[in-house]
Each structure stands twice: as structure tokens, then as C-alpha cells.
Design a protein around this ligand. Structure first.
Ligand SMILES: Cc1ncc(COP(=O)(O)O)c(C=O)c1O
Length: 488
């Protein structure tokens, strides 16, 4: 079977059925040779075994030869070999374009100073600073399945969750609860808890946490049952598209529709879903969503985040030609103001229609340069194609992991994959719950072999073969290193 056939099987819900020789370099390389996205790996700088050991800057960029002995900067070939970067669920690898975009921004600023706000520079990949957030929104329609006017790039993820809740969490004496899941990323927990307290309410009464089953997963039915149990008293449901620890992908359309039918506002934290799985936020009728850009989107640590606001909340109505329009209340600042009148410095707030009207401050052009560069890579492909490759990459990793476990005493497996076995209920990441006491040795072996993947103490390894820059060969090599660490 070839790669497109595996994609088709996985998309139709059938098991992939890898052949007997799947655990071989030849098989992995065969799939890589059939991968129509393999050229995208060249768009990224991946750490090498040598660069991972770097503790001081020396002007060198991994993969680029500086000066040299044997063309390798005096380091042997094994050291300049690219590492295995399976940690894009935490921080994505650096796109080469980032350097060009950031340099363009620095040259613009140095050359024309303040005029950069309103000057489109020829030969630049960037638009004028005023329009950079909008440019990033334009580049993101396929990424999240929304019209660009429903997308805004601003601030950071937790700040945006607060900004959205300021507009969308409107507790009253009847509806005051927020439904969340048992193990939200701590920042989400703090944000929700503090919003509740900010409104003078008691988190003990207003926070409803959905508990998982014994296998750490939350079935959709359980989410729906929780909605039913609190339907009349819930103001907001805020869940992760993909749960960061288990890797579970929630049924966003079904949960959204169910909650909305019961009058509940629906928000999603898409930190682990954006750039990872296909999303159709507009069609799914999501009210709002927020995501960071430093994981699967690869814009760099702490880069400017994204948010979605459904078009019905972005309307700006000038009733009877009044100068004061009506619009959904929000926390405002001048950058949410319509740019045609923004610099009039008048004190009547006229929001930009759409999600852009939820902006507050002048965004960092340096940061947005990085986001625009990262998004430009997504524009060379589609989320559908990326997801197709990811389905097979992750299924291949799962298959090889299962083979490892099959080689040990069934009563005492090395690990358990806690991410859903159903490919439709997960993204790229597999969370591997290790037998107690194994994590440190495995982490050390991975590190020594130039593998980057995420460890969550005490026992979870999160493995994310991101399709933009990962190969089937990397998955196979990773498994050989893991086997070595387990003494196989
Ligand atoms: C699910 C989730 N929510 C919130 C955050 C916090 O993001 P930030 O520090 O950008 O606000 C993270 C960061 O990794 C996350 O994974």
C-alpha cells in the first residue's frame, strides 16, 4: 500500500494495516519518497546534535556551514546531523522565512523610521505596520476555517482568553457557571477562576469541571451530559480543542452545537489544535476561540497570538447615521478602532468591523513579522494535506510503539498510549504514559541522540511528529532510540 492509500483508509476510519516490514528504515523511506509535502522540511531550521549542545552564541546557524574543516565547521558528520524534532506541540521549529521577515522589518524601521506605519516597502515580504495584523488574518483563513474578518492577531493566548471572556462571559443570577475540563492547562484554569472571582462569584459554585473516564479521556457523551446537568445555570463552556496532556481532540462541532442549542456561549482554546488539525470555526458556529502561534504554527516563543470571533459579534451598526455606532461591548483600545479614523484622536470609539475591532494596542511589528513568516509556510500547502500526512505519521508512530510493547510481558507493558486510539479523536501528538521510573533514563537517551520531545513529570512522554518538518524516517529512528533505552 502506498501513502495515499494509508491516508484514505485512515480518513475513512479503517485501521492502516501496516505490513510486516513496517519496522524498517526502507519502509519509512519509501513512505517519505511518496510524501508530496516532503519539500516543506527545507523551509525549517532544525537543531543538530551539535547545536543542541551549544551554550554560547558563535554566529552559526544549524545546518549552515560557517567556515571549515571538511565543510562541517570542524565537527564530525554525526554531530551536524539534524536532530529529531518531535516537540512542535510545545515550541515549533524555526521557519527559515522568519529571519528574512524579521530582517525586512529591521531594515524598514532603520530606513524609514516612523513612516513604516504607513509605507509599503517594495521588495519586502511585509506590508506596512498598520496592516500587519490584518495580513496575518488573511493568511489564516484555511488554518482555522474562518473568514479573515473573523480572525485577529493580538496579544498572547491567556490575555486573549481574558479579553474574550470580558465580552462573552456575562454571568447573571441565573446563568453564572463556566464548564471546563478536569485538567485544563493551568493558565486557562487561572483565567476562568479569576474571571469568576472578578465578577464577585464563588469558583466553588461557578466552575464545573468535567472528569475523565478511567483512561484519562472525556467521552463526548460525558461533555453533553454535563451540559445537560447544568444547562440552565451555565453562561459559558470553555474547552481545549486538543487536551494538552492526553492529546484528545474534542468533537468541536457536536459540542458547540449542543451547548448553543441550550443558550450557552461556546469558546475554545485551540493552542494545541491550530495548525495541527482541520478546523471550520465559522461553519461550526463557534462563538470565540483563541490560540497561540508558537506551537504548531512555528512563529517563535511567546509570539503574537490569534483569536476568532464569529462574524455576528463583529457587526458595527450606525443606527440612523449616528456617529456612535452600536456594537458588542468589549474591553477597548485605540487599535480596535477603525483605522480610517484611528489617527483623528477623537474620543468616540468606532470599532473596526469584525474580529479586528477587539484589538486594544498597537501590536509589535517585529512579532507580527515572525507570525507572517510562519503563516507563509502554511500558505504553501493546506490544512487538509497536512492533516492527511499527520494521520499516517502518527498512526505509524503508534504502530511501532505497539510493537515495542508487544515484545515485553503483557502484564507489565513498558507504557500505555493514553491518547485516543481513534485517529479522528487526536491530532499529531501521542502521549505515552511510561511504567513508573522509566522517564529519566528514556529522556536521557533521547537527549543524547539529539531527540527533542516533551516530558511531563512524573511519567508522560509527549511525542509529536509534526508533518511540516518530520519524516517517517524520523519516526522510525526515534523508535530505535527508544528501543535502545528500554534494552531491546
Ligand atoms: C492550552 C494552553 N493554554 C494556555 C497556554 C498559555 O499560553 P500563553 O503563555 O501564551 O498565554 C498554553 C501554553 O502552552 C496552553 O498550552
Amino acid at each position: 500500500m502506498d501513502l495515499p492509500a494509508y491516508v484514505e483508509r485512515l480518513r475513512s476510519g479503517a485501521p492502516p494495516k501496516f505490513p510486516a516490514d513496517a519496522n524498517s528504515l526502507q519502509f519509512a523511506q519509501k513512505l517519505d519518497s511518496q510524501d508530496s509535502l516532503r519539500h516543506l522540511r527545507d523551509e525549517f531550521i532544525l537543531p543538530t546534535k551539535a547545536s543542541l549542545k551549544k551554550r554560547a552564541l558563535d554566529g552559526s546557524i544549524p545546518g549552515e556551514t560557517k567556515s571549515t574543516v571538511n565543510g562541517t565547521n570542524g565537527v564530525n558528520g554525526a554531530e551536524t546531523e539534524q536532530g529529531i524534532y518531535f516537540v512542535g506541540n510545545s515550541l515549533g521549529a524555526q521557519p527559515k522565512a522568519v529571519r528574512d521577515y524579521v530582517n525586512a522589518q529591521l531594515e524598514t524601521w532603520a530606513s524609514v523610521g516612523v513612516n513604516g506605519h504607513f509605507t509599503d516597502m517594495g521588495q519586502s515580504p511585509l506590508v506596512q505596520w498598520q496592516d500587519m495584523a490584518e495580513d496575518c488574518a488573511n493568511k489564516s483563513a484555511d488554518l482555522v476555517g474562518a473568514s479573515p474578518s473573523e480572525i485577529v492577531y493580538m496579544s498572547t493566548l491567556t490575555v486573549n482568553l481574558h479579553m474574550m471572556m470580558a465580552s462573552f462571559y456575562k454571568p447573571d443570577s441565573k446563568r453564572h457557571k463556566v464548564i471546563l475540563e478536569w485538567k485544563p492547562f493551568p493558565s486557562d484554569h487561572y483565567a476562568i477562576e479569576s474571571q469568576i472571582v472578578w465578577h464577585g462569584l464563588n469558583p466553588e459554585e461557578s466552575m464545573i469541571k468535567i472528569e475523565p473516564d478511567d483512561n484519562y479521556l472525556i467521552p463526548t457523551e460525558k461533555v453533553l451530559a454535563t451540559i445537560d446537568a447544568h444547562a440552565d445555570s451555565t453562561a459559558l463552556i470553555l474547552l481545549p480543542g486538543i487536551q494538552y496532556w492526553s492529546g484528545q481532540l474534542f468533537d468541536i462541532p457536536r459540542i458547540t452545537a449542543y451547548a448553543k442549542e441550550r443558550g450557552i456561549v461556546v469558546g475554545w482554546d485551540l493552542a494545541h489544535a491550530a495548525g495541527n488539525v482541520e478546523l471550520k470555526l465559522h461553519d461550526w458556529d463557534v462563538d470565540f476561540a483563541c490560540w497561540c502561534t508558537y506551537k504548531y504554527i512555528n512563529a517563535g516563543p511567546g509570539a503574537t497570538a490569534g483569536a476568532f470571533v464569529h462574524e455576528r459579534y463583529g457587526k458595527v451598526d450606525f443606527v440612523d447615521n449616528s456617529e456612535s455606532p452600536s456594537y458588542r461591548p468589549r474591553l477597548s483600545g485605540w487599535y480596535g478602532g477603525d483605522k480610517r479614523v484611528r489617527f483623528n484622536m477623537a474620543n468616540t470609539f468606532v470599532p473596526t468591523p469584525g474580529a479586528a475591532g477587539y484589538q486594544v494596542s498597537n501590536p509589535s511589528a517585529l512579532d507580527l513579522a515572525s507570525v507572517a513568516a510562519a503563516l507563509s509556510i502554511f500558505n504553501k500547502t493546506s490544512m487538509r494535506d497536512l492533516r492527511s500526512k499527520a494521520l499516517v505519521l502518527t498512526a505509524y508512530a503508534e504502530h511501532l510503539l505497539d510493537q515495542i510493547n508487544a515484545e515485553t510481558d503483557a502484564a507489565k507493558p513498558f507504557f500505555k498510549i493514553i491518547t485516543p486510539r481513534d485517529p479522528a479523536q487526536r491530532g499529531t501528538q501521542l502521549s505515552v504514559l511510561l511504567r513508573e521510573g522509566l522517564l529519566d533514563d528514556i529522556a536521557q537517551a533521547l537527549e543524547q541522540n539529539g531527540v527533542m520531545c516533551d516530558k511531563r513529570k512524573p511519567d508522560v512522554l509527549r511525542v509529536a511528529p509534526v508533518p511540516l518538518y518530520s519524516r517517517f524516517e524520523d519516526v522510525w529512528k526515534f523508535m530505535q532510540i527508544l528501543r535502545g533505552a528500554l534494552g531491546l
